[in-house]
Write a protein that binds this ligand. Structure first.
Ligand code: AHG
Ligand code: MN
Ligand code: MN
Length: 345
């Protein structure tokens, strides 16, 4: 575990911190370190657009071109292209996979391939952009499993327990980057005055006492009896906990981050109202998987209602999965009530 005591009260940039973490791994080549650097750079570039997202139409009022003659891009397309362009030529990745692309994204043949694969949701919560609600980017990094040549779907469809790193960027009142390489969860806040991410939340651990539960209660009529019973339990004072308050932003990264710091549980159950989404709405590979890696690093747990999300082997790139994520006791209670009410004996 990283001893973060040494950092207290000191000005530590994310680059310095990542490099220090790498020192703990003498066998490290620096490749993973550089991928994390590039995600921090992507965060800065995307931030520069999110702060004016609402103005895109005005700036781009001249049809599809804005006053600078640049093509006005939707923010999620811009985020997608930014992450791709920072990583396509570096020789660190064998392939990428994104929420925005149907198939895996190969490394252009003119560039070398590398030992890792990057999975990402370039812009999470994009329906909130026009309402100026926080949005995010989610990413995960695996070591490739196939030998040599272009990366394949097999390299991407790994259980999240195999992740070597995962993180998210939160474009909120401030921009934060939170990541883990399996050595605790660490949060950095962007200081726009100097363009640096500074260590602000070393070694984040879920608080012992949970505060919030987060779910789209609008779907309550469609929940299973187990999820109904669970939500009632969360609201009650019990010997283990006080009744929890509801907080739901509808932007996964923002909901996750708040609960990581305040304690609680976020869940997006199987959305049984929509037969097209039998497995819920959230995607396993680039949403639930990386966040499940992070929550376990912070002392919590993530389940699909019956098993640890970290152990689920994806079968399809955009596979959806129900997700209960946060305080371990709260998530295990969800599994218990689903077993009791929803699974025939
Ligand atoms: P994305 O914008 O990447 O498609 O993700 C949106 C997700 C997630 O951010 C959020 O938790 C969820 O959509 C909210 O869904 P509901 O509006 O159905 O609650
Ligand atoms: Mn998303
Ligand atoms: Mn998205």
């Amino acid at each position: 575990m990283t001893d973060t005591q040494e950092y207290h009260g000191k000005l530590v940039t994310i680059e310095r911190f990542i490099l220090d973490q790498q020192q703990a791994h003498p066998e490290a080549t620096g490749t993973l370190t550089n991928i994390l650097y590039d995600m921090a750079l992507a965060a800065k570039i995307i931030t520069s657009k999110t702060t004016r997202a609402g103005l895109a139409e005005i700036l781009g009022s001249a049809g599809e071109e804005n006053v600078q003659g640049e093509e006005v891009q939707k923010l999620d397309v811009f985020a997608q292209r930014t992450i791709f362009r920072l990583n396509d030529h570096t020789g660190r990745l064998a392939a990428m996979a994104s929420e925005e692309e149907e198939a895996i994204i190969p490394i252009p043949s003119r560039f070398p391939v590398g030992p890792y694969v990057l999975v990402f949701d370039p812009l999470d919560g994009s329906s909130n952009i026009d309402m100026n609600v926080s949005i995010g980017t989610i990413f995960g990094i695996y070591r490739r499993t196939t030998e040599g040549g272009p990366g394949t779907l097999e390299d991407v469809l790994q259980p999240a327990r195999n992740l070597v790193a995962a993180g998210y960027i939160l474009y909120g009142a401030s921009t934060m980057m939170v990541y883990s390489t399996g050595n605790g969860v660490h949060g950095f806040t962007l200081d726009p005055a100097i363009g640096e991410f500074l260590l602000s939340h070393p070694n984040i651990k879920l608080p012992v006492k949970p505060k919030y539960y987060s779910v789209n209660q609008g779907y309550q009529p469609f929940w299973t009896p187990g999820v109904q019973a669970y939500t009632e339990w969360l609201q009650q004072d019990t010997p283990e906990k006080k009744g929890l308050s509801l907080r739901y932003i509808g932007s996964l990264v923002a909901d996750f981050h708040r609960n990581l710091l305040s304690g609680g549980v976020f869940y997006y159950p199987a959305d049984s109202k929509d037969p097209k989404k039998p497995g819920g709405k959230l995607r396993l590979v680039y949403e639930a998987g990386p966040l499940s890696f992070l929550i376990e690093q912070a002392g919590g747990y993530a389940s699909d209602g019956t098993q640890a999300i970290l152990d689920i082997v994806p079968e399809r790139l955009h596979q959806r999965v129900p997700m209960f994520i946060g305080d371990r006791n709260l998530v295990e209670q969800a599994e218990a009530l689903i077993r009791q009410h929803d699974q025939p004996a």
